[in-house]
Design a protein around this ligand. Structure first.
Ligand code: C2O
Ligand code: CU
Ligand code: CU
Length: 473
């Protein structure tokens, strides 16, 4: 029988345990699942989708949203939800100015919605949670691709379920390419590689574990759906399209030895000029295209891509490039890439407040949780606005970011400091520092109608940190 002292002691132990459940869970999950040896397996490059039909103006695609079992970890299959059963989904390569129609069939037992993130798409094709594809049905999404060439992605947007469905695999790349003759000196073809970086948590059977707001439990970083791969490169320049596809994790990416690379594009397309950098930060859903010149390394070198914001080996050493032989390269990077992006003087000023109510697990924009039937702001089409976006979550300190559907915006400053690097380009997602703010210029100038804006830490979005703007004449 336990003495009173013994009981107290046992109580103290369990109480101490209770204060650090996340830590225990992390260790447990880490220990439970066998990861492959770092850099022992090749990078998986998602296959490029092939149109079922091409007309003079349009490429037609078909995809099936379904469950599948894929190999992520050694010796076992993981059940995922995937476009065409793939994780990540097939890469769509659209051509600027040429229309794409994707017929999405839903073979899940639940509704699905497909959103084209970064696409300047009319509301009826944007993938609004109020327009789901019922099980067994399909929907044709039409994308005009009348916007600058850029790295976009498509992902699920089901009402209150986007966090879980994206986490379980419903995400893929959608690249808008220029005509090759317009940028002959940018690496293309097999030297142009999309990399979707995101974390995940597995149980001891190698199955994905989804817990809402479980950012600390997701302790394995995946590159195109596989942990710590290696990738054989030639000694020449590569274009890497980096997407932070995590629900919650923020990344700070750096090459081994702090080697320099060139940042050439932000969320919405090419920057005016290449910008040299040694590290780049990406909050969830942000993209950056970089050019890395592997000709600087000797044949046989190993170059590791690091996430210096990681918390363990599995989230810090992202992947490894194995440098092979020299092959013909494109020329030097052009000095001029895309257009300057400046939205001009603002006529309207607004504040947008991101906050949470942790006791009730509610996440709020301007004090309100998402209501699919409510319009939160009315904005005149073509009018430039200045938004001060505040993160009010000092205690407990919680990161947020902000994503707008239907437009690209310009980021001016964060906590009083001008932004630099990829954040000077066209953006659709921006991080908002704890207890601080970011100022952006916004102009919806394409389509009238209703567009979402939300935190792209998707667990927050699914818990209500989402609102909608009505664009009016
Ligand atoms: Cu990545 Cu509402 O979207
Ligand atoms: Cu979006
Ligand atoms: Cu948030």
């Amino acid at each position: 029988m336990l003495s009173r002292r013994g009981i107290l002691k046992a109580g103290a132990v369990s109480a101490a345990g209770a204060t650090i459940p996340d830590l225990v869970a992390e260790r447990h999950a880490d220990a439970a699942v066998a990861r492959p040896k770092p850099f022992s397996r090749p990078l998986y490059v998602p296959k490029t989708a092939v149109p079922v039909h091409r007309s003079k103006t349009t490429d037609f695609y078909e995809m099936t949203i379904r469950e599948a079992a894929v190999q992520i970890l050694p010796g076992r299959k993981t059940r995922i939800l995937g476009y065409d059963g793939m994780f990540p989904g097939p890469t769509v390569r659209a051509r600027a100015g040429r229309r794409v129609v994707i017929r999405q069939r839903n073979r899940l037992r639940r509704d699905a919605v497909v959103h084209l993130h970064g696409g300047l798409v009319p509301p009826e094709h944007d993938g609004h949670p109020a327009d789901p594809i019922a099980p067994g049905r399909y929907r044709d999404y039409v994308y005009a691709n009348r916007q600058p060439p850029a790295t976009l992605w498509y992902h699920d947007h089901s009402h209150h379920k986007e966090a879980e469905l994206v986490y379980r695999g419903l995400a893929g790349f959608y690249l808008i390419d220029d005509r090759p003759e317009r940028c002959p000196d940018l690496p293309s073809g097999r030297y142009d590689i999309p990399l979707m970086l995101r974390d995940a948590r597995f149980d001891k059977h190698g199955q994905l574990v989804f817990g809402m707001d479980d950012d600390r439990g997701r302790n394995i970083l995946l590159v195109n759906g596989r942990p710590q791969p290696y990738f054989k490169v030639c000694r020449r320049k590569y274009r890497l399209r980096l997407l932070n596809g995590s629900n919650m994790r923020h990344l700070t990416l750096r090459l081994g030895n702090g080697a320099e690379f060139a940042v050439i594009a932000s969320d919405g397309g090419l920057l005016p000029e290449p910008l040299p950098a040694t590290s780049v930060r990406l909050s969830p859903a942000e993209r950056v295209d970089v050019v890395v010149d592997f000709a600087r390394y000797r044949e046989g070198s190993r170059v590791v891509l690091y996430n210096t914001a990681g918390s363990s080996d599995a989230t810090t050493r992202v992947m490894c490039f194995h440098v092979g032989e020299r092959v013909p390269d494109c020329g030097d990077l052009p000095d001029e890439l895309g257009d300057e992006f400046d939205l001009g003087d603002a006529e309207v000023v607004r504040d947008v407040n991101l906050s949470s109510d942790p006791k009730r697990r509610r996440f709020l924009i301007d004090g309100k949780t998402f209501d699919i039937d409510r319009i939160d702001m009315r904005i005149r089409c073509g009018q430039t606005e200045l938004w001060r976006v505040h993160n009010r979550d000092r205690r407990p300190a919680t990161l947020h970011n902000l994503h707008l559907h239907g437009t690209h915006f310009q980021v001016l400053e964060r906590n009083g400091r001008r932004v630099s690097g990829h954040e000077t380009g066209r953006k659709d997602t921006v991080s908002v520092p704890i207890g601080g703010h970011v100022t952006i210029k916004v102009c919806y100038d394409r389509h009238l109608g209703r567009y979402l804006y939300h935190c792209h830490m998707l667990d927050h979005a699914s818990m209500g940190m989402m609102a909608q703007a009505q664009i009016i004449k």
